[in-house]
Design a protein around this ligand. Sequence first.
Ligand SMILES: [Zn+2]
Ligand SMILES: [Zn+2]
Length: 418
Amino acid sequence: MQTTGPHNTDEHAPSALSEASGGPEKLPGIRHVIAVASGKGGVGKSTVSVNLALALQQVGGRVGLLDADILGPSIPVMLGLSTGQLPEMTADQKIVPAERHGLKAISMGMLTGDDKPAILRGPMVGKYLNMFIGTVQWGQLDYLILDFPPGTGDTQLTLAQSVPLSGAIIVTTPQDVSLKIARRGLRAFETLNVTILGIIENMSTFTCPHCGKDTDIFRRGGGERMSRELGVPFLGAIPLDADIVTGGDEGRPVVADRPHSAAAQAYVAIATALAGRLRGLPTTALGAFAWNWETNEGEPAWVESAVQPMGSPTTPAGFRRRDARTLSVVWEDGRRDDFDVRDLRLACPCALCVEEMSGRAVLDPQSVLPDVAPQTISSAGNYAIIFRWNDGHSTGIYTFEHLRALAERFAAKVVEDV
Ligand SMILES: [Zn+2]
Ligand SMILES: [Zn+2]
């Protein structure tokens, strides 16, 4: 067991992101991909996307915004991006995103121009989105906001499956019809195992531009009620501000333009809550994997860029086969651990190895061969890995929390032994 602190660098680590690892759904350099969706159009989804992106930036994030609404892109207008010409390209054929208010933004509509591509529906949109994201020179991002097309039909669900989302935000208005549709959309995402990061209720109150008084135009609180009912977080309500409506159209998003307004402050509060919630969630940098330990085929990603001071201590940013007997892990908080594979086999948490009620070890260490090794290691959701061992054992699900606790226990033992 060998452990190094956050600031030690391993000279064997790849300095850049390995292209070969992690499978097609990995987004190198992008920590979190967030879909902003709505059950239907007309709820101000794109306005929310733009302002939320700006608010996330205000609370310290590096943010990119991608308008994935090919058929009706509205981000370009809101940010004053030109759609008439093809975007600028780098020498290595990467698309250079526009920068507005410090935000990196690009619209898929920029590629298609005025030629509305009716063929770009369903599976095609998913393929395009994936290709598009990979072709844009984002640099390092904490958050990539995807402004989804309105609705939750095939197109939206295909999009949701084509990129490794940290989760989706559902925008709704407080009206009953809107809520009903939002609820349906939410269920659709849940069937795809997309985490619902929360509900934002847009236009819940009208703030009079003259006297600043709030009036509930729509019945307020519907979004909050729905989130309670469905057990998903309520992120907040955005007051309907006359300036949001006009500002959006004129390329002056309220968060950038009038940061002291009630609406801007509501966005910043939501961004703060969201950033906190995402900190506890696994990074999207490490995609799903099924890894053959012997051949190293299907090796997972090793994403150094996901390491940050506020990183989650129980989220791995990379796994690597250091040698035939050693599994290396780098955690988002920067810690690195080298596990002896036999130690891991001995620490199997399954019901055959540990008595469920008492937690007493049932597995006799003497019975575990000295050359026991994994055959495969696979990711289980966003929370665990599963080993298939060469002694036939494969029932242990090693949650990241279990793995981290083991790391700390082994490290303490090493210190004791010294
Ligand atoms: Zn008034
Ligand atoms: Zn076991």
